[in-house]
Design a protein around this ligand. Sequence first.
Ligand code: MFK
Length: 555
Amino acid sequence: MAFFQAPPRLGNQFDEDPLAREFVQRVLPDDVRMKVDAEYRHLGDLAGGDLYEAMLADRTNEPTLVQWDPWGNRIDQIELTPLWQRAQRLSAEHGLVAAGYEGSHGRFDRVHQFLMNYLVQASLDIYSCPLAMTDGAARTLRDTNNEAVMERALPRLLSRDPATMWTSGQWMTERTGGSDVGKSETIAKAADGGFHLYGTKWFTSATTSEMALTLGRPEGNPEGGRGLALFYVETRDDRGALNGIQINRLKEKFGTKKVPTAELTLDRCFATPVIGTTDGIKNISSMLNITRTWNAVAAAWGTRRGLALARDYAKRRHAFGAYLEKKPLHLDTLADMAAEAEAAFHLAFATVTLIGQLEHGDGTDADRQLLRALTPITKLTTAKQGVAVASETLEAFGGAGYVEDTGLPRLLADAQVLPIWEGTTNVLSLDTLRALAKDNSLGVVLQAIDRRVSNASDAELKGAVDTAKRSMQHAQSWLEANLASRDGLEGGARRFAMTLGRTLELALMIEHADWCRANKHGRRAIAVANRFAQRGVDMIRDDVSLEDTALVAMG
Ligand code: MFK
């Protein structure tokens, strides 16, 4: 009989995730855990079954833009894919944004919210994009004193009713660039008790949102980021007509194909200032910090999904006389993937935990400084892990991993956005340096590492603890040695930030593994931490010649 390969299958994505279950046990108090456990199991079931099937079935659908109605009226209407429409309802019903704000679990609200997203989003075709921006907008508005905008938007952004829930866009990027936002060209002219915006927004994700936060330069303001202001925009009026917005076209992207990313022209778009009429970049940064955290959790769920598929396939694929799960080299590769995936999970959820803690008034100035530095470090470190693990996932399937209708290539195409949107690796490396310099907070980051590794008591973790300590010392000595050299600091910023990220990950894995051993969860987490330590956490190079770098880089 001819051979046909069985495809990979997924089971309950909560039950089959030992790390998620251990984390829930370790971090959530008993009373919280009792309340949320059934919902995690339900979402894990949907993600591994119904929604995963729906995502595969929906694979070739993409959003479409209809610019004109049959009678010649410009309508610029975007039709979403079927799974996105389902995701809209599911997100409201489960409170995938709202749960972070409701206070039901106090300082664990954020952990709960992001655990739900971690469990389900890998089967929702990047619907996480509008949710991330919605969360970022809600947090930004909540922190303002702008009662009118808050009263109008917050109940909608945080609604659990699919009929009333809004999502928000985050319109920052212009043709002048996505990184150097201070060069934005959109002009804001005072009018009608607010402003009219005129300009082009070059990448606007999820353009179907009911509102957006965006930047514009009030007439007469100076150049640069300080001269921009943060504006609140409702995209359509009560009759459904666009608010001085034209959707020129949808972007043709490498991945995230279900996300309707558009180029917009703003022409008399009515907008309300959110916080004064200057300092737009500073004022939108709380939105960025939330979306960057979503990005990190997305790396965690993306790597977890790749691993789940590759693990299942290793039980179904027979070659060279055995199933792949019996092949030492294949296992070695899967183990490396698992180590990176678990590291990303720990760092992402450490940031989430700290956000929740601070939002509930349970934090010190040092915690605030830690979060400011942790956010770019977490985003840049996990995003690279997301791409690396996705690439290995495709390879674990051989040729099938390169064939679109298996659904596998999309894992890589979607992961590739993680180090790009919300700040590239280099932009965030420089942001890390700025954050550390502003608060002089390297010590706070190093303490966060040291506290975790110094408390570890299991003898099997000693090698990993030593690796983390050496790496910390190297990061500190490199920074001290380069403080006087602006170019030296900039040139080494990525290796430095990545070293802090990976060392933090190792410390968190050590803490988790130590707890697992002490609480009768076996030695799985110890083996994962040791594997990660062996993969290397210190990326810093000393004595890098700037001249040689330029010679090598540019030929
Ligand atoms: C699943 C995940 C889904 C995610 C969905 C996302 C979809 C949306 C897609 C997008 O919108 S992608 C576009 C995202 N764009 C970016 O991330 C911008 C990347 N560029 C940067 O982050 C640059 O570093 C930056 C624009 C901020 C540089 O601009 P400036 O004018 O040189 O800013 P500067 O001088 O560093 O900072 C200005 C002020 O803001 C300073 O405050 P002070 O004036 O008080 O000193 C900074 O401290 C503050 N600031 C900047 N970044 C901050 C921040 N404060 C807190 N946190 C931050 N991250």
